[in-house]
Design a binder for this molecule. Structure first.
Ligand code: 13P
Ligand code: SF4
Length: 305
């Protein structure tokens, strides 16, 4: 079967079965082309809440599919490839964070959305990279325990000097591969390019940025900018997508190592198999986890809107 034929079959079946397809911006272009919604993790979590369909398929990593289930427990939610996890989301155990919380009761626990449903049950609010500064600034508490990404935490801390931050050492293994020498090398090769970076990168990388933002933030900045050349400091698929969207501009990856193998795990055939009921994995969460984790996601949507 050709890619086009598989896409047509998916579109036919999704209409027949009333299925909503969500795809993160890091996912393969042939999936994004036929998804109902694409975007960063914040946009997808809001779309998931509003989706009318009874079945939702997430093409992304597991925490994203869990977020959909938490927000819409009445829906049947699938992850198109059950092996696609986010290593950062699985770095911290809920028992460990609950113990830290007990030791520091005057700290609000702010969890990056890249966390498991279980961990969210002991957190006060979630944030995504696009809304982290805004949401933390609206928290009534002065003291913030930010988990798990210390790079995003450091970025938020620098924007909000009026708050006290406690950071733990977690983060994204893909973005953390990049260091200052990569930035200096690519900037030297493309001195006129603007440098756009995801806050999951280390502070020594972020300090050179002309713009810091989520995957969608980086894309819309580049699309609207009058500049003609950009160095893209996030997963390599964003560099590729931008080159499709803006053929008159030039996009350079900060490093060819910026590849998230988990985001690359989901294929068009995985989606096809899930739509026709012979693949994917249904997300199953118990009602107590859903109820507790939902509080912190609802708080994010309330403060982020
Ligand atoms: P966004 O919040 O920008 O979608 O990022 C999610 C992610 O996993 C980035 O690595
Ligand atoms: Fe997780 Fe990093 Fe991959 Fe994003 S890029 S899904 S944070 S491992």
């Amino acid at each position: 079967m050709t890619i086009k034929k598989i896409q047509e079959e998916i579109l036919r079946l999704k209409k027949e079965k009333n299925i909503c397809i969500l795809a993160h911006s890091y996912i393969a272009k042939e999936i994004q082309e036929i998804a109902d919604f694409t975007g960063d993790s914040y946009a997808l979590s809001v779309k998931a809440k509003k989706a009318k369909e009874n079945t939702v398929i997430m093409c992304g990593v597991r925490f994203m599919a869990e977020t959909v289930k938490i927000l819409s427990p009445e829906k049947t939610v699938y992850i198109a490839n059950g092996a696609a996890g986010c290593p950062m989301a699985e770095q911290m155990e809920k028992e460990a964070i609950a113990a830290v919380k007990e030791m520091y009761p005057d700290y609000a626990v702010v969890a990056y959305i890249n966390t498991t449903a279980a961990l969210k049950t002991v957190c006060d609010v979630c944030v995504t990279s696009s809304k982290a500064v805004e949401i933390v600034s609206k928290m009534p508490q002065k003291n913030i325990l930010f988990i798990p990404d210390c790079n995003l935490g450091d970025y938020v801390k620098n924007q909000l000097p009026e708050k006290n931050f406690m950071l733990l050492s977690g983060g994204c293994p893909t973005h953390a591969k990049i260091d200052e020498s990569d930035v200096l090398r690519v900037k030297k090769a493309h001195p006129d390019a603007l440098f756009l970076v995801h806050p999951e990168c280390k502070p020594e990388v972020v300090k050179y940025a002309d713009y810091v933002g989520s995957t969608s933030g980086i894309m819309s900045f580049a699309e609207k900018s009058d500049a003609k050349e950009f160095i893209i400091g996030t997963e390599i698929s964003i560099t590729e997508l931008l080159q499709y969207e803006c053929p008159d501009k030039k996009f350079y990856p900060l490093s060819k190592d910026l590849i998230c193998s988990n985001m690359k795990a989901t294929t068009l055939v995985d989606l096809y198999d899930t739509v026709r009921g012979v693949g994917g994995e249904e997300i199953v969460l118990d009602s107590e986890t859903i109820e507790k984790a939902r509080k912190c996601i609802d708080k994010m949507i309330e403060l982020g809107e």
